[in-house]
Design a protein around this ligand. Structure first.
Ligand SMILES: [Zn+2]
Ligand SMILES: [Zn+2]
Length: 329
């Protein structure tokens, strides 16, 4: 099969390779990849910002694929079934985190496109227990960004609290463009904070129902009840803390962030909260994938051939993407 993998010789780069077709092991399904969306986490993997990736790993964890073959004991999805593969590729099921419904925190968890080969490939194997059935309302490329941008965005929105009405989104990329639609459907107001001068992103946010869109280096027009940071920029944490009201929550939704500068206690005072969101649980996925067609969430996608994975990452790095980029083998 053809794939785009981490180049061990040149950190920060991908390399086109041909590898032997993977075989499904016990409990696994072999999928022909139909579409794989590109996530900011892929950039962190390629740039070496996450510890101990599988050497030569194939990135990609927003995979829509069709079952080609099932491994021994796999019974959940028959050949031809369309399934989604997310970031959480394995959790142990027995540790103290798994036992209390926090498999996203499992110390033995393994992640797709990081410790397990992912979807920048023609074929991929996945543990069937961690795959999702996908709603029929979406085509392959439209469904792909739901699998991380959507899921993680959904978990971050839950962490913002049910009572949060005015929500600031910092960084209006793939996750924000999905979750803005969910938040609006839930009766909340979205305030979109983008890179200063990024009029296109601000216009895009308004087109998806944001009541306000403007630069992230200035406060918004109203105090926020919560802010979700999708941009991996630590300097935005104190900025967002200053933008939230008393009791407000600042949710850091990325897996990696530049250092957070020191800030006066006064901006955390009055029970403001800073927290992170890590990974996803299968329950998040099932809830969100049931909700998305009801809203209905519409994803804005641009497709690129698999061989242009590097160009996709370069554009994501530069913020030159409206919605999500999706690779098609
Ligand atoms: Zn566990
Ligand atoms: Zn992701």
């Amino acid at each position: 099969m053809r794939c785009m993998a981490l180049d061990p010789a040149t950190p920060g780069r991908l390399r086109a390779e041909t590898r032997p077709d993977p075989r499904p092991g016990p409990g696994q399904v072999l999928l022909r990849v139909c579409a794989c969306a590109v996530c900011r986490t892929d950039l962190h993997v390629v740039d070496g910002e996450l510890p101990d990736p599988k050497p030569g790993v194939i990135p990609g964890h927003e995979i829509v694929g069709r079952v080609v073959e099932v491994g021994p004991g796999a019974t959940r999805f028959g050949p031809g079934t369309r399934v989604g593969v997310p970031w959480l590729g394995f959790a142990c099921g027995v540790c103290r985190y798994c036992a209390r419904g926090q498999e996203n925190l499992c110390e033995s968890a393994r992640f797709t496109g990081y410790q397990l080969d992912g979807g920048y490939a023609e074929l991929v194997v996945a543990d069937e227990r961690f795959c999702f059935a996908l709603p029929n309302a979406y085509g392959d490329t439209e469904a792909a960004p739901l699998l991380c941008a959507g899921l993680i965005g959904y978990r971050a929105l839950r962490m913002a609290g049910e009572g949060a009405r005015r929500i600031g989104l910092y960084g209006f990329g793939a996750a924000a463009h999905i979750i803005a639609q969910v938040a609006r459907w839930e009766g909340r107001e979205i305030y979109a904070f983008t890179r200063p001068g990024d009029a296109a992103a601000q216009e895009f946010a308004r087109s998806l129902g944001a009541v306000w869109a403007g630069p992230s280096d200035a406060p918004g027009p109203e105090p926020l009840d919560a802010a979700i940071l999708f941009a991996p920029v630590g300097a935005l944490v104190p900025v967002a803390l200053r933008a939230v009201d008393r009791g407000g929550i600042v949710v850091c939704a990325g897996i990696h962030m530049s250092d957070i500068p020191s800030f006066p206690y006064e901006i955390l005072w009055h029970e403001r909260v800073v927290r992170s969101v890590a990974n996803l649980t299968r329950r998040d996925g099932e809830e969100f994938l049931a909700l998305a067609p009801k809203v209905p969430v519409r994803t804005t996608v641009e497709t690129l051939p698999l061989g242009q994975a590097e160009q996709a990452l370069t554009r994501l790095r530069a913020g030159q993407v409206e919605g999500a980029l999706v690779l098609v083998p």
